[in-house]
Write a protein that binds this ligand. Structure first.
Ligand SMILES: [Fe+2]
Length: 233
């Protein structure tokens, strides 16, 4: 199946609400992508803007989603207009432009669009539990879910300056890593499962400079069920 067909199926599945069914029919890589109706269109928030309160206020979600996240898509569209990347999936743009100084602006905006897509999908209003398969991998690599969550929180609070804290898999092992600015585990060949945004815009309206408070507030909202789907793919 070529890329266009896979994308059409994914788009049709989203439109009909049948994304889980369609994911089984497309390649593992496509299924592992954050769900998006179009590779370069900002996906809808998967919940209401006030659904994450009080951990994250509606005001923060509004600014974060409608200003910051949207801005990366707007900037990216301008940067790739008329180029070979105009219709490319975000992942392809990210991998093609990583570590190339002449393409830094395109990389930064594509990666920030992608990272935020996954950030919104990494949270859910009431939290969720890992699948048996993901739980087995967590036990294998971290000993217990609490130990993994502690490591993730440590990576998020310890990241110097703007960046992201991730749970990712390299295909054989789960890893907790932090990246700076627009960095993403995709460029290291890993599949991201969960991500926490630690740019100040993610928490400053609610917590000012208290990043640790933001991190501890959102840990119960992590969507382990979504991570399990990405892990299975
Ligand atoms: Fe952000």
């Amino acid at each position: 199946m070529d890329t266009t067909n896979r994308r059409d199926i994914l788009r049709a599945a989203v439109a009909t609400g049948g994304i889980a069914l369609a994911a089984g029919a497309v390649s593992a890589r496509a299924a592992a992508r954050p769900v998006t109706q179009s590779p370069q269109a900002q996906p809808a928030l998967p919940y209401a803007q006030d659904a994450l309160a009080p951990a994250i206020s509606a005001r923060t979600v509004d600014f974060h989603y409608n200003k910051h996240h949207k801005g990366y898509f707007t900037n990216l569209a301008k940067l790739v207009a008329g180029t070979a990347w105009a219709q490319s999936p975000l992942e392809d743009i990210i991998l093609a432009t990583a570590n190339k100084p002449e393409s830094r602006a395109i990389f930064n905006n594509a990666a920030q669009a992608y990272n935020h897509n996954l950030y919104w999908q990494s949270l859910t209003p009431k939290g969720s539990a890992p699948s048996d398969a993901l739980m087995a991998a967590i036990t294998r690599d971290f000993g217990a879910r609490a130990a993994l969550e502690a490591e993730l929180a440590k990576a998020a609070t310890g990241q110097f300056g703007s960046g992201w804290a991730w749970l990712a898999t390299d295909g054989t092992k789960l890893k907790v890593i932090a990246t700076s600015n627009a960095g993403t585990p995709l460029t290291d060949g890993m599949t991201p499962l969960l991500v926490i945004d630690v740019w100040e815009h993610a928490y400053y309206l609610d917590e000012q400079n208290r990043r640790a408070d933001y991190v501890s507030a959102i840990m119960p909202l992590l969507d382990w069920a979504g991570a399990s789907q990405r892990f299975a793919a």
